[in-house]
Design a protein around this ligand. Structure first.
Ligand code: 4NP
Length: 155
């Protein structure tokens, strides 16, 4: 498998994208592909820069054997469009925000995550105002999506 640099992007970089980062890193490690992938996450907004992931994302990751507690929020910026091969938005509004800020010639790196991974256009819904059950559903969605993503990479 050739190496790929992947940036997951959501709104706050505390719920969905850090969990996606942790899940893909774990699945890649299980397949012995850790060194082939550079994985990171960021938010389109700046409210949670420097913050750890939401405690509900940390908890659901931990229940599945993944530690994301050391990750810290950051905002996506112009340099990311050079540093990454793939910039995967969790929902259509993330994709729209990314497309707006993409430096010229880089918008083709931006995709809706599940659409790129599975070929089916589907948002990963924002769980911020939802209950704990939404975070288990989020985990399952991200695990299936990341598994498909690795298949698409030829892993
Ligand atoms: P995320 O969820 O985009 O999955 O990290 C959110 C986190 C924070 C906010 C919105 C969504 N917020 O409004 O602060």
């Amino acid at each position: 498998m050739k190496s790929v640099r992947v940036l997951f992007v959501c709104l706050g970089n505390i719920c969905r994208s850090p969990l996606a980062e942790g899940v893909l890193r774990e699945l890649a490690a299980q397949k012995g592909l850790a060194s082939a992938l550079l994985i990171d996450s960021a938010g389109t907004g700046a409210w949670h820069v420097g913050d750890p992931p939401d405690r509900r994302s940390i908890a659901v990751a931990r229940r599945h054997g993944i530690d994301i507690s050391a990750l810290r929020g950051r905002q996506v910026g112009a340099l990311d469009f050079a540093a990454f091969d793939l910039i995967l938005g969790m929902d259509e509004s993330n994709v729209a925000a990314l497309t707006r800020i993409a430096p010229s010639g880089t918008a083709d790196k931006v995709h809706l995550f599940l659409s790129y991974a599975t070929g089916r256009s589907q948002n990963v819904p924002d769980p911020y105002y939802e209950g704990p059950e939404a975070f288990e559903a989020l985990y399952q969605m991200l695990e299936a999506g990341c598994s498909s993503l690795l298949e698409r990479f030829g892993a």
